[in-house]
Design a protein around this ligand. Structure first.
Ligand code: J2J
Length: 542
């Protein structure tokens, strides 16, 4: 078996158990396409705008792309940074890489130069795939800067037309019909890397294997009862685990269903696509669900085809959960998941009160969970504690992060989620908070340490603390609490972060200035008091 010191793996006995019990099917993600094509040759697999590809056509495109990537010199084990919006090129390129054993690193389109540069430093990709532009951002210009600073990137591949004179390669021109030499790939090796929400100043990558990721997608698809009649709308950015494989795109394809790619998540884009393609399933974060619920009050687009709406990524309020069936006309499923692995779902036949008030229970019976106190001892039934987990699709460690892995995982291999949960009588989990230093802004995760460090670059900011503040629209907004020598405005802070090429969603939503920190009884900075003050001082501007 291929193991690299950079990628922690589960003990052999655990792997054997997953294989023996058929959780791990020993399939490489790239070889699944030909199996799906045999079962569903003429079903439509993927739709982007006016282009629809059947399973047969999708496989053709993927084979051509793999051949093109192989001719470029990409080989098994190479890393490729992928930063594409929801598009055919995303799906085709990823499956092409799965076939070659090339490992895509899935960055979000919202990320900017500082994030991508840090990820490149961590993972040394040989290629970087970008759109020409998306939502007004010029990715080609960004790629030029990234490449000039990167020691590893040899190729920049562009989705969409290229400006004349550019030295980069257009993705579609790469495609080749020269037959591919498919390498043999160990299904327990890394298939792709997802980004972690992060709790530290440096990014963390989540290595997911062919075996674990296929199980993740297929078991989720079965739990959600997807089938050939399913039409899944990919609304959230598909570099996220949730729309990619929970069950998302890969899960829908595993059942012969149809995936419609939505270029942006607002109701203006999504509702017409639901009507046009008779979408049956989709997944949203709570902040977007709120927008959809509001929009549906006045929008008369026919979305009655929708059967199941999955909501996850952040805590969903029971009040909004209760509105979903009436307002959107579909069933709700709450999902409490993490790119590191564990997925909890409410079940389709759960009572409505469980669906509205809980975040469900683990996907499979080999998921081990325990809820523990600060000393890692199990709490009493019904009490709140930190959730720890291990299982057939939960990672054993982050990529190339030996020191961090020592604290992020227990000695017996459980992942410390940093989430505070309790288990109710019915066995469902309720997320009650978190102990990790992270802000969950509309489902996007912000590592507090990263932004605090960046704020200190401002000449007038002496000390900085970022706190989450409850927010009616975002779930949580971020507030920069500063001690400064001169007044510093929110605008200046945004300018600073823009200059540092930080993704927009990480900009603080609010700033408060203090002359000293409020302290707790034991002399620590009282972040609860800071958040309370931020709430009191907040003036909504929109
Ligand atoms: C409260 N907090 C939640 C929920 C995630 C499916 C769904 C979500 C993600 C995801 C995912 C939550 N209520 N329902 O990958 O496949 C918070 C927790 C968790 C962290 C993980 C999926 N659902 N969370 O959100 O890796 O704090 O994955 O540990 O982005 O989001 O974030 P992420």
């Amino acid at each position: 078996m291929k193991t690299t010191p950079d990628t922690p793996v589960r003990p052999r006995a655990e792997q054997d158990l997953y294989i023996e019990q058929n959780y791990w099917q020993q399939q490489c993600l790239g070889s699944l396409l030909s199996i799906w094509r045999t079962h569903f040759p003429n079903n439509v697999a993927l739709i982007e705008e006016d282009t629809a590809l059947t399973y047969t056509q999708l496989e053709q495109h993927v084979l051509q792309r793999s051949a093109g990537l192989q001719q470029l010199g990409l080989k098994a084990g190479d890393h490729v940074m992928v930063q594409l919006p929801n598009s055919l090129d995303f799906v085709i390129s990823c499956f092409a890489m799965f076939q070659l054993g090339v490992i895509p690193i899935l960055a979000m389109p919202a990320q900017r130069e500082s994030d991508i540069a840090a990820l490149c430093e961590l993972s040394n990709p040989v290629a970087y795939i970008v759109p020409n532009s998306y939502l007004g951002h010029d990715y080609i210009a960004m790629a030029e800067r990234i490449v000039s600073a990167s020691a590893s990137i040899e190729h920049v591949l562009v989705s969409g037309d290229m400006p004349t004179g550019s030295s980069f390669t257009e993705l579609s021109q790469l495609d080749s019909s020269t037959p591919l030499q498919t390498p043999s790939i160990d299904p327990s090796s890394t298939a792709l890397m997802l980004l972690s929400g992060g709790t530290t100043g440096t990014p963390k990558l989540i290595p997911r294997s062919h075996n674990d990721y296929y199980f993740n997608a297929k078991a989720s698809a079965e739990l959600c009862q997807l089938g050939e009649k399913t039409t899944y709308l990919a609304v959230l950015p598909i570099a996220h685990n949730f729309p990619l494989a929970c069950p998302g795109i890969i899960g829908t394809l595993s059942q012969g269903g149809k995936v419609v790619l939505c270029p942006a998540p607002g109701p203006d884009e999504a509702f017409p696509l639901i009507e046009q393609h008779k979408v049956t399933h989709t997944a949203l974060v709570p902040a977007l669900t709120k927008l959809w619920l509001e929009a549906k009050q006045w929008d008369d687009t026919d979305i009655s085809s929708l059967q199941l709406l999955q909501v996850g990524g952040a805590k969903f309020s029971p009040e909004q959960a209760q509105q979903v069936p009436d307002v959107l006309g579909c069933q709700l499923q709450q999902v409490f998941g993490m790119a590191e692995g564990l997925l909890c779902f409410t079940r389709l036949d759960d009572p409505q009160s469980e669906v509205a008030h809980t975040q469900g229970r683990p996907l499979c019976d080999l998921d081990q969970i325990r809820i523990v106190d600060e000393q890692d001892n199990p709490v009493a039934q019904g009490e709140i504690g930190e959730l720890q987990t291990k299982g057939p699709y939960t990672i054993a460690g982050y990529y190339n992060a030996q020191a961090h892995n020592q604290t992020a995982f227990t000695t017996d291999g459980f992942y410390r989620t940093g989430d505070l949960v309790r288990k109710n009588q019915a066995g469902n989990l309720i997320v009650e908070g978190r102990i990790k230093e992270q802000i969950n802004r509309a489902g996007e995760k912000i590592a507090v340490a990263e932004i605090e460090q960046r704020l200190l670059a401002h000449p007038n900011i002496n000390e900085a603390i970022l706190v989450p503040v409850p927010d009616a629209h975002l779930g949580e907004r971020s507030c920069a609490c500063i001690i400064s020598s001169q007044p510093v405005s929110l605008k200046e802070v945004h300018q600073l972060l823009k200059e540092q090429q930080v993704a927009r969603f990480k900009y603080p939503d609010q700033i408060i200035s203090l002359s000293f920190w409020p302290l707790t009884a034991v002399g620590k900075i009282n972040k609860t008091a800071l958040a309370k003050r931020a709430e009191e001082e907040y003036v909504e501007t929109t």
